[in-house]
Design a protein around this ligand. Structure first.
Ligand code: 2HG
Ligand code: ZN
Length: 475
């Protein structure tokens, strides 16, 4: 143990109380490994503050002692963003006890939640106030608002409502030196100089600790129309999106691409999932229209648009949900793709985006490269095609040994990310950089961008204590 550790721990206990500083190995274990088990870290302690004041005091102390602080939410990061390094010299700062819903303001269409609130808790609070909070992700039962903000989370409603960044009216942030940036006013218009607040969104805890946020709410949704449409290829999927947006008065709220292989994996591995259509097709889209009005006749709009597309051969077949149960069954297919892929065995993940219109060419080029170069892999490309964002994942082909497949991981990542770069896209559409993609950021960000990011990091965190080694490598 670092010789100064007992004194530091005593200082932290004086701030947080003995029960707010975990050091026992079994107590700390859940905070030291990431969700995908890519990293196993160590830590001097896990800290459990109950208030922004405590966060401020503990950061001031850690800053003075130059101790690295790793903010930790629901631990659902895909990139190791909330896991400490192996040195055992960092502390983990869990926001989980900072989980008060401070206020709900239905008239202002906003609420203020602390960072440790679970996303589902915020969705429920909005609903109880007759409002709607639209961020929706597979991990919503465990991910926390602070993590959603810090990674600028996406999900399945971005097409209509934007990313987490677009859902924020204000933030309260504790800076590395303990000062507090108060900004929860909830104004929709405020052009007073630089937008400092927006720098913390997507910064993955490297610039400060978000302790609370004022979030935008929307009218509750009172009607949905949902269908799984089979299409021949990605181009047909993208064309269908434009068609549905036009035909519905822009009521499309989700538009998710599903390849045939994902139907096979979910029906094989997930209890109760059945193929919604009678015959197999190469690709599908799960599309959903929604409205705050109960009388808009969205089902008829969707059926008419799909019927016309069927007549022209632009859609090959479709299953329209006739009730909530059928709607849930369609969503169950989509939401379980990651879990079905996990159960199938080892996999490689790429979280990419390109312009929506460029998706068909991107997928064709990337798939062609894979079929020539990775015979032991199968492409499982699915996701948020309405946002130009795909999970361009691979699993080992049936009967293929995992080792030779995994041995190609670096070459595959390079080829996929180089192609994304050639298309002017992003190698991290919605899961962030964390520790996993630090090298990719260095490779693909322009020198100007990197220099500005480093300058921002130095300005906010001159001693480099905030989530060291995430997003940017230490210089
Ligand atoms: C999703 O859209 C998630 O289902 C997970 O972002 C993606 O597991 C993945 O690669
Ligand atoms: Zn996703």
């Amino acid at each position: 143990m670092n010789p100064a550790a007992p004194e530091l721990l005593a200082g932290l206990r004086a701030i947080l109380g003995a029960e707010g500083v975990l050091t026992d190995a079994a107590d700390c274990a859940p905070y030291l490994a990431d969700h995908r088990r890519l990293y196993q870290g160590r830590a001097l302690a896990v800290l459990l503050p109950r208030s922004p004041g405590e966060v401020s005091q503990l950061l001031a102390l850690c800053n003075a002692r130059r101790v690295g602080v790793v903010p930790h939410g629901g631990n659902t990061s895909y990139c190791g963003g909330a896991t400490p390094d192996e040195s055992g010299r960092q502390v983990v700062l869990s926001l989980r006890r900072l989980n008060r819903l401070r206020s709900v303001n239905a008239a202002n269409y906003s609420l203020t939640a602390e960072a440790g609130c679970v996303l589902a808790q915020v969705q429920r609070a909005a609903d109880e106030a007759g409002r709607f909070f639209p961020l929706s992700l597979g991990s919503e039962g465990s991910c926390q608002i602070g993590g959603n903000l810090s990674t600028n989370a996406g999900g399945t409603a971005v097409l209509r409502y934007g990313m987490m960044r677009d859902l924020v009216l204000g933030l309260e942030v504790v800076l590395a030196d303990g000062r507090v940036l108060e900004g929860l006013s909830g104004l929709r218009k405020d052009n007073t100089g630089y937008d400092i607040r927006s720098l913390f969104l997507g910064a993955e805890g490297t610039l400060g600790v978000i302790t609370a946020a004022n979030l935008k709410l929307f009218p509750q949704l009172h009607s949905h129309a949902t269908a799984l449409a089979a299409v021949a290829d990605v181009r047909a999927a993208v064309m269908l999106l434009g068609r549905l947006r036009d035909a519905s008065g822009d009521r499309v709220s989700s538009f998710e691409l599903i390849p045939r292989i994902a139907i096979e994996l979910t029906t094989r591995h997930i209890e109760g999932v059945r193929d919604p259509l009678e015959r197999p097709y190469p690709w599908y889209v799960l599309c959903e229209l929604s409205s705050s009005s109960a009388t808009e006749g969205l089902d008829a709009v969707l059926e008419a648009a799909l019927g016309a597309a069927l007549g022209e051969g632009a859609v090959l077949d479709a299953a329209v949900a006739r009730n909530e149960r059928e709607r849930a069954a369609l969503w169950r297919v989509r939401e379980n793709i990651p879990e079905a892929q996990r159960r199938e065995g080892v996999g490689l993940k790429h979280d990419i985006s390109v312009a929506v219109a460029a998706l068909p060419d991107f997928v064709a080029r990337a798939a062609q490269w894979l079929s020539g170069n990775v015979p032991e892999g199968r492409l499982i490309a699915y996701g948020h095609v309405g946002d130009g964002s795909l999970h361009f994942n691979l699993s080992a082909a049936p009967g293929a040994a995992p080792e030779p497949f995994l041995a190609r991981a670096d070459a595959v990542r390079r080829a996929v990310h180089d192609l994304v770069h050639e298309f002017g896209g992003s190698f991290s559409a919605e899961h962030g950089i964390g520790r996993l993609k630090v090298g990719e950021l260095e490779r693909y960000a322009s020198p100007v961008e990197l220099a500005l990011m480093r300058a921002v990091k130095r300005a906010f965190d001159p001693h480099g204590i905030m989530n060291p080694g995430k997003v940017l490598r230490e210089e």
